[in-house]
Design a protein around this ligand. Structure first.
Ligand SMILES: Cc1cc2nc3c(=O)[nH]c(=O)nc-3n(C[C@H](O)[C@H](O)[C@H](O)COP(=O)(O)OP(=O)(O)OC[C@H]3O[C@@H](n4cnc5c(N)ncnc54)[C@H](O)[C@@H]3O)c2cc1C
Length: 363
């Protein structure tokens, strides 16, 4: 029987970042059901860090993560900026967005001319105005993941791939998995599979909803890509695109509710994305060079679920990071580590309940 302190289920950014921190203090094991690590959402993201993205809790978590990223500035983040664009119908939305965030984040309001100066690929007749967040960054997800993974391995902890949970038992407050692994605490970091994993441990589900998002890649035939363009996002998140490696990576920003699975892009979603780009940009292209889809997993309030299960001090949730799980990973893993090692909280907490408590403790 393998005896460990903490079993983490899932090798995505959530599992590996927390594993990296806990492995300094406890004997940890990460298990992954796939043949490869980081195969699902973490390996399929758009790799952006945007301070004005998401709800209040996400914005707070992103702020905490920013401190971590600052310490490793050149390693993980590359400043690129994000420009939230609007057409004539969206003029007011642009203005409201600017008014809401301008005191907290460094933003510039750009009129039509300034918007077009920033990104010559946009269609003049489409644009009304935009808001520019020059501090938004591209995240080197691979480097961040490897940073956590190497720390974890350095602390002599293991990742078991191709691992299926077949049998779960509980004796004397210890979990026994597959009659082979005994541990004190299980961390559910299984992303879209969060409820399925909980069921195996006879824990009530929290109703996560995986939502599919599509990305497609093309090379314009009519204009030179300028790598000084910021990430360009529709102010209502109906599409966004960025340049990378002299190609354009674009998304129709679809959010199709689905079930946990290895998802693939639908032709219809790509067609919607192309249509939205054709209306707003000058891009012409002959073929799609690459495409993929991934799951962004949410609970109702779109905040992550982090904390011990009610009445069960040995089952910890670290799930529902939605579309922000990479940029919030440094913050969430730090808070989760504090909670697990402190072991004080014994209920599921939404960030809203939890945030002040953790902040007090962390400071
Ligand atoms: C298209 C797209 C764009 C995105 N863009 C951004 C972005 O720009 N910025 C940002 O911050 N975030 C972005 N995200 C969100 C981000 O990718 C996710 O929030 C994050 O990757 C979630 O990490 P995770 O570890 O929770 O999930 P995952 O990476 O999915 O990891 C969960 C792992 O658990 C494993 N697992 C499940 N069940 C079991 C089991 N029974 N036993 C063992 N292992 C199991 C799975 O196989 C999987 O490997 C994007 C997501 C998508 C899909």
């Amino acid at each position: 029987m393998k005896k460990i302190d903490i079993l983490i289920i899932g090798s995505g950014i959530a599992g590996i970042s927390l594993g990296s921190l806990l492995s300094k203090h406890r004997k940890v094991l990460i298990v992954e059901k796939e043949k490869e690590i980081s195969y699902h959402s973490t390996g399929r993201s758009f790799a952006f860090f945007i301070e004005s993205y998401g709800n209040k809790q996400i914005i707070e978590l992103t702020k905490i993560s920013k401190e971590f990223f600052k310490n490793y500035d050149n390693l993980f983040l590359r400043k690129k900026g994000v420009m939230f664009i609007g057409n004539n119908k969206q003029k007011k939305i642009i203005q409201n967005f600017y008014d809401e965030h301008k005191t907290k984040i460094n933003l510039d309001y750009l009129d039509k001319k300034k918007t077009l100066d920033k990104a010559s690929c946009l269609k003049e007749k489409y644009i009304n105005s935009s808001v520019l967040d020059i501090n938004a960054c591209e995240i080197d997800v691979n480097a961040l993941y490897e940073f956590y993974r190497k720390n974890y391995i350095r602390n002599k902890c293991e990742i078991l791939k191709n691992f299926q949970i077949k049998d779960v038992d509980e004796k004397n407050n210890k979990w026994i998995i597959n009659r082979d692994i005994e541990c004190n605490i299980v961390v559910n970091a299984s992303g879209a599979w969060a409820d399925e994993v909980a069921k195996k441990f006879l824990i009530k589900k929290i109703d996560v909803v995986p939502k599919k998002r599509t990305v497609f890649v093309f090379k314009p035939t009519n204009i030179e890509i300028d790598n000084k363009w910021p990430l360009i996002a529709d102010i209502e998140e109906k599409f966004y695109f960025k340049d990378q490696s002299n190609q354009i990576y674009a998304s129709p920003a679809d959010e199709t509710p689905t079930y946990p699975h290895d998802c693939y892009p639908e032709e219809l979603d790509i067609a919607i994305g192309i249509d939205r780009l054709q209306k707003s940009t000058k891009f012409e292209f002959k073929s799609i060079e690459n495409k993929w889809a991934g799951l962004r997993t949410f609970v109702m309030d779109k905040s992550p679920v982090i904390g011990f299960e009610n009445y069960k001090k040995n089952f910890f949730w670290l799930v529902a990071q939605g579309g922000y799980g990479i940029q919030t990973a440094p913050a969430l893993s730090k808070i989760a580590k504090e909670l697990i090692l402190g072991n004080n909280e014994n209920k599921i907490m939404k960030l809203e309940d939890f945030y002040n408590i953790s902040i007090n403790r962390l400071r």
